[in-house]
Design a protein around this ligand. Structure first.
Ligand SMILES: Nc1ncnc2c1ncn2[C@@H]1O[C@H](COP(=O)(O)OP(=O)(O)OP(=O)(O)O)[C@@H](O)[C@H]1O
Length: 293
């Protein structure tokens, strides 16, 4: 399966674009969408999932589109979607929740039982099957959200910010189960956390204010800032803010009476600056034109 996003725009009002002429292809594996709040990640995921219509442009699934209702139904059967704010019924148990979702997918009998069991095992929630949803931790609820999204074994899984607000161990666990699910399927996840992308995604798309800033593999993204990452130390009495007209700040670590800066720029910020090995975070900050003030 290949997804081709072709010149997709979403206009919410005369002045506001959620997305503006976004084009790129997504192949099998894990694809990370990254960008700050309001970048357009949710808008793009909803359009791919067929929940929202683009104002202009087309999404192709192996050359097919959702333009007709019949084709939309056909393609949506191959897509699983977990929105950011999935509403569960707190009084249902994990198994009852899955049972309900399975019925919505038209599953019944032995197939239904097998799919529920398989999905819960994949997200490591099979031991919690009889627990009420309200008794689950935030991370467990995310995993239940993924389980409901994969119950019909979709070829494309779309998950909106699955790792936000969960502890580091749970984040890694969620990342790993998405990687396992991907295999030859397409998994698209959105995140604010560059580490999640760097550690698990073969493909990355950086969105900013509705436009695509980068699309490709993480290694090439990092290479794009090679030779542009600098570290230098200044006394805290020196105001480094004036340097930020020419350089992009990645981090500032205060250590006693000095501050260690990590900056991005074409040339060394100071004579004694040291060139540093670029990271995914450096590349991301460069691509979105620096951190918000
Ligand atoms: N229903 C809507 N009506 C009007 N504007 C909207 C609507 N939904 C989104 N927007 C605007 O479109 C832009 C993109 O929003 P979107 O939710 O896709 O971004 P996002 O990258 O998912 O953000 P976040 O990380 O905060 O979830 C934002 O400026 C947002 O305010």
């Amino acid at each position: 399966m290949q997804i081709q996003i072709d010149q997709v725009s979403k206009r919410y009002s005369k002045k506001s674009y959620g997305l503006h002429k976004v084009s790129f292809n997504i192949g099998p594996g894990l694809c990370g969408l990254i960008g700050r709040n309001g970048a357009g990640k949710t808008t793009l995921m909803r359009i791919i999932a067929g929940i929202m219509e683009a104002t202009a442009g087309t999404v192709y699934f192996d050359g097919q589109t959702m333009k007709s209702a019949a084709m939309q139904r056909h393609l949506q059967k191959r897509i699983g979607y977990l929105p950011q704010d999935f509403g569960f019924y707190p009084r249902l148990t994990v198994k009852e929740t899955m049972d309900y979702i399975a019925m919505l997918h038209g599953l019944s009998g032995k197939t239904k039982q097998t799919r529920i069991q398989d999905s819960l095992e994949k997200v490591h929630l099979d031991k919690q099957a009889d627990k009420k949803v309200r008794e689950l931790s935030g991370g467990m609820k995310r995993r239940l959200g993924i389980a409901q999204a994969i119950i019909h074994e979709p070829e494309i899984l779309i998950v909106d910010e699955p790792t936000t607000g969960v502890d580091p161990e749970e984040r890694i666990s969620i990342r790993n189960l998405l990687t396992e699910y991907a295999g030859q399927r397409i998994v698209i996840l959105s995140t604010h956390i560059i580490e999640d992308i760097a550690q698990s995604c073969q493909q990355v798309a950086v969105l900013d204010q509705g436009t695509l800033k980068y699309q490709g593999d993480i290694g090439s993204m990092i290479k794009a800032v090679s030779g542009m990452v600098w570290e230098c130390t200044l006394p805290i009495t020196e105001d480094y803010k004036s340097m930020l007209t020419e350089f992009t700040l990645v981090s500032n670590h205060y250590m006693g009476d000095s501050v260690r800066l990590r900056l991005l720029g074409e040339k060394a910020p100071k004579a004694d600056s040291i060139q540093a090995a670029p990271t995914a975070e450096d590349a991301y900050i460069w691509m979105i034109g620096g951190l918000a003030p």
